[in-house]
Design a protein around this ligand. Structure first.
Ligand SMILES: [Zn+2]
Length: 375
């Protein structure tokens, strides 16, 4: 298939997470020279394709065929791609059927490569991401089929195609703190333990607190308060409890233990020091790490080869970043695989009228092909 024809065929197939819409079977048939391994878990479908060209390294391309639901506000049918002024509009155009199309075309077009080339695809990235990439990697590990290097074709570019590679991702720590006081009458404030007043002096120490200073790849790991609830919606009774929710997007230099220690001392000893004469606060703290941070070694050959390929195709030297949300790259990092992410722009992902410029799709195909041929 021609590049554009394949791209439109992928976009034409609705594949709302975790439904693959039949795309994995289509892709398996599209690369008949590759050995296929299917890993289906519940309603999640995964496909691993591999082919040995020579004795060199094992390079894996990875991605997801599922998309988020279209939502409201589309000017055209989200699963009937239309072309306008060089852009193709459809759900998944950037996230990430352009990436899938580029992987397939690059793997079909290469003329020289001396190692093992593989493709790992899932239908469970936009959903829970429990039975997708992570499960396949477990199996590959058992069968000694883990790759040396992985490239995930997620959209990473900010303003121009070629401007950004992701070489790490921040982790995510969620916290819930319950502050326990005593309900009382507003006319006798000296007799009540009002958790709203208790937290008043503490809040400035929490809002935007930075656990580290960050560096040239990671932004500082900051605490962001997402919710505060207390009170009964009346003006003459003070509440018994207050519930505070927060999140920390953390770099590898901030661990869940650092967050726990800071919160416990802020509500514990520090509160007593800063509020002489007050009683110790009663609180429950719950912390959960929903994703671990990772950073691929900057001297890894896959970063050098990818940067050079991007420069050759686009003329831009990409910035190495670790911004944005979490992605399946973290699962590769867990198994010690050197992983990087590169794809088209991400300015319209998950929004109405998602679109991708065709020149970026063609550019991505060239970058991936150039990259494979460098190994
Ligand atoms: Zn994505």
């Amino acid at each position: 298939m021609e590049d554009k024809e394949l791209f439109l065929a992928l976009l034409n197939t609705p594949s709302i997470t975790p439904d693959d819409g039949g795309l994995l079977t289509f892709i398996e048939d599209y690369l008949p020279d590759f050995t296929a391994k299917r890993v289906d878990v519940g309603n999640v479908k995964n496909l691993f394709l591999y082919k040995k060209f020579g004795e060199g390294v094992h390079l894996c391309f990875a991605g997801h065929v599922d998309v988020v639901p279209p939502g409201e506000g589309w000017e055209s049918d989200p699963f009937e791609p239309i072309e306008k002024e060089g852009f193709v509009y459809a759900r998944g155009a950037q996230d990430m059927k352009s990436g899938i199309c580029a992987i397939l075309q690059a793997c079909k077009k290469i003329t020289r490569f001396n190692g093992t080339l593989s493709i790992l695809l899932t239908s469970d990235e936009e959903g829970e991401a429990k039975n997708g990439t992570a499960k396949v990697l477990e199996i590959l590990n058992q069968e000694r089929l883990l790759p040396d290097f992985a490239v995930i074709a997620e959209p990473t570019c900010e303003k121009s195609f070629g401007d950004t590679i992701k070489i790490g991702r921040r982790g995510s720590i969620n916290g819930i703190l319950e502050l326990i006081g005593e309900q009382g009458h507003v006319a006798y404030p000296q007799n009540v333990k009002n958790p709203i007043h208790q937290i008043a002096t503490i809040l400035p120490k929490l809002a935007e607190h930075a656990f580290d200073e960050g560096n040239n790849v990671f932004a500082p790991s900051r605490l962001v308060i997402t919710d505060i609830k207390a009170g009964n919606g009346i003006t003459n009774v003070t509440p018994k409890t207050l519930k505070l929710m927060f999140n920390v997007r953390n770099s590898p230099s901030t661990k869940i233990e650092n967050v726990e220690r800071y919160i416990r001392s802020t509500f514990g000893l520090l509160y007593l020091v800063n509020n002489p004469g007050k009683e110790q606060l009663k609180f429950n703290l719950e912390l959960k790490e929903s994703a671990k941070p990772f950073l691929t070694d900057k001297s890894s050959i896959v970063i050098a080869h990818l940067s050079r390929s991007i420069e050759e195709v686009t003329g831009l030297v990409p910035e190495l970043s670790a911004g944005g949300g979490t992605s399946d790259a973290r699962f590769f990092a867990d198994f010690g695989v050197n992983v990087v992410e590169f794809g088209v722009l991400h300015d319209t992902i998950h929004s109405a009228n998602e679109r991708c410029h065709l020149s970026h799709l063609y550019g991505l195909i060239s970058v991936f092909r150039t990259l494979i041929e460098k190994f």
